[in-house]
Ligand binder design. Structure first.
Ligand SMILES: *Cc1c(COP(=O)(O)O)cnc(C)c1O
Length: 376
């Protein structure tokens, strides 16, 4: 039986919640949405939350809320999911990439300052694979140059930096709930902020720019339909009640992986550090780039799913190369990581026994590849 990369954790309580929403007769803009937003804000420790229909929608509204517009520059990472740069392009602003740190996959604070110009408006910081970027250094730079900060926390729910949750450092932050994330609503995302202005803007813009006066057909700004429906909010609320369990299960499995793989030669694991508590969106390993793609094939033959992640980097995606003239070599660390990294199955239902099977599949595959490449 194939071990999948990811699997949402859906139990009877989740199913009951969604059925309850369905039976209530209110399928949008009802009590589950409000309750999910309030509970999420409370769990993260922030004033406001606006649930939306995807992480990408949330990032777009974050860009709009900050007033980022044509030709403004936004500094971000080339090693991320494409949405974290696309949301900048939606407003005709310019993503300015800064290379990442090898150890953490996250944007390298030491390389940010040289990219700041008079056109720089904001830093958009993805926290990759469930580990926080160095927000201490990043916020110091933001203060020094008076730049706004958006955290793309889509992969890092309840990951902490110096004991604080990702999402609380920036002016406005976004989480995502696609089925492979640490918790899911099906499709979905949420924007969080301590700013009442940003909150009001996002709440209205996600709902067609409707004004506060509850007049259904009164629109006081350009809006979108980025609403989260009641079934998704009901699922989100139910998932949120067990989020601590979901994260600690991932942490436990990651510890088992790390113990199992530490002694496997040819495999580099992601190290933990004392500043950041990792919430493990995926379990990444690095191998020699010459064998990475063959290894993924071999693992698949042994019924273990794995994936090259993120490959290629954002700046080397076909349309970024064509439209923006990026080239191989522009961000060498991100490029090397994207050629060496693969992710292994990680989800709360994965067992220790399966991790041991995966270790064996990895060891056997590496051995086979060594032999094949030696005789070739
Ligand atoms: C998942 C993800 C998103 C967007 O999520 P969707 O809900 O699929 O739109 C954005 N940024 C990062 C880094 C992500 O991993």
């Amino acid at each position: 039986m194939m071990i999948p990369l990811a699997k949402p954790h859906i139990d009877e309580k989740d199913i009951d919640h969604v059925i309850h929403a369905l039976k209530s007769g209110t399928l949008s803009l009802g009590p589950f949405l409000q309750k999910f937003e309030d509970s999420f804000a409370q769990k993260i420790g922030i004033k406001y939350a606006v649930a939306v229909n995807s992480g990408t929608s949330g990032l777009h509204l974050a860009i709009r809320a900050l007033g980022i517009t044509e030709n403004d520059e936004v500094i971000t990472s080339p090693f991320s999911f494409i949405a974290s740069a696309n949301c900048i392009l939606y407003e005709k602003a310019i993503p300015v990439f800064v290379d990442v740190e090898e150890e953490t996959y996250n944007i390298d604070p030491k390389k940010i300052e040289t990219k700041i110009t008079s056109k720089t408006k904001a830093l958009l910081i993805p926290h990759i694979f469930g580990k926080s970027a160095n927000m201490t250094e990043i916020m110091a730079i933001a203060r020094k140059y008076r730049l706004a900060v958006i955290e793309d926390a889509c992969e890092s729910i309840l990951a902490t930096h110096c004991g604080k949750n990702t999402g609380v450092f920036g002016d406005i932050s976004v989480f995502a709930f696609y089925p492979n994330k640490q918790m899911t609503t099906g499709e979905g995302g949420i924007i969080i902020t301590n700013s009442e202005d940003f909150y009001k803007y996002c709440k209205s813009a996600a709902n067609q720019g409707r004004s506060d006066d509850k007049q259904w057909l009164s629109h006081d700004k350009l809006g979108y339909n980025y609403r989260m429906d009641e079934m998704s909010a009901a699922l989100g609320l139910s998932q949120l009640t067990k989020i601590d369990f979901l994260i600690s299960k991932r942490q436990e499995l990651a510890r088992i992986y790390s113990a199992e793989l530490a002694t496997l030669s040819g495999v580099k694991i992601m190290n933990s550090d004392h500043l950041n508590e990792h919430s493990w969106f995926v379990y990444p390993i690095r191998v020699n780039e010459r064998i990475r793609d063959q290894l993924i094939k071999k693992l698949f033959e042994k019924e273990v799913q794995s994936k090259a992640y993120f490959s290629p980097c954002i700046h080397l995606q076909p349309f970024y190369q064509q439209e923006y003239r990026y080239q191989e070599g522009d961000f060498p660390t991100a490029e090397r990581l994207s050629k060496e990294t693969l992710i292994l199955p990680l989800y709360p239902g994965l067992s220790e026994k399966e991790i041991i099977l995966i270790r064996r599949a990895l060891a056997d595959s590496l051995k086979e590849l060594n032999e094949e490449n030696r005789s070739a």
